[in-house]
Design a protein around this ligand. Structure first.
Ligand code: FES
Length: 198
């Protein structure tokens, strides 16, 4: 099936998604996937904002929330993961996300409100497949020997760093899209609404 149908592709990949996480450059440890928090049918049909409880998200773990039929990833980045963004600055095509969609309050190197928590729509900007987590670094990742951690799109090989920035010379034209969101508290994020700003 073609992945032109972005929503369907996203959903299909959401169902089979698993998350693995590990320290960048250190021991890689498989961790359990944190189940997505599906909104009510009413909320989905209305495109309403979706609340995510991040209180159980450990460093290095990622959870997936469905918003408007799309998978939204919430990755709790470790200090090592954040440090990797310095290494990938020169390798990505739009390091400052100048031609990419994200709210103004996420227009920074981390592409987030709080550096530790990265919130992004998990849909490739090429033809809409859902990239896979590749959090292990180096050859163990199966990507490249000097891989710094990030995401790999299985459809045509686009690679993204841990801020969703696409590597140079890949089919995907843009970085992954950061949706509007806001913190309701230290442990709750509202995705799809940012009325109160960052
Ligand atoms: S859909 Fe991701 S590289 Fe083509």
């Amino acid at each position: 099936m073609s992945c032109d149908e972005k929503v369907d592709c996203g959903r299909r990949n959401l169902i089979v998604a698993t998350a693995a996480a590990g320290g960048v450059g250190g021991l890689a440890v498989a961790v359990p996937f944190i189940a997505s928090m599906a909104p009510s049918e009413r909320a989905k049909s209305a495109g309403a904002p979706v609340e995510a409880d991040i209180s159980k998200l450990e460093p290095g773990q990622m959870m997936i929330v469905e918003w408007r039929g799309k998978p939204v990833w919430i990755l709790r980045r470790t200090p090592e993961m954040l440090a990797s963004l310095k290494k990938t600055d020169d390798l990505v095509s739009d390091p400052h996300s100048e031609k990419t969609m994200q709210p103004d309050y996420c227009k920074n190197e981390d592409r987030s409100i709080k550096p530790e928590y990265f919130v992004v729509v998990g849909i490739c900007t090429h033809l809409g497949c859902s990239p896979s987590e590749k959090f292990k670094t180096g050859a163990e990742s199966g990507v490249t020997a000097d891989w710094a951690g990030g995401f790999l799109c299985p459809c045509h090989g686009s690679t993204f760093d841990l801020a969703g920035r696409v590597y140079k010379n890949k089919p995907a034209p843009d970085n992954l899209v950061v949706p509007p969101y806001m913190y309701l508290s230290d442990s709750k994020i509202l995705i799809g609404e940012d009325k109160k700003g960052a």
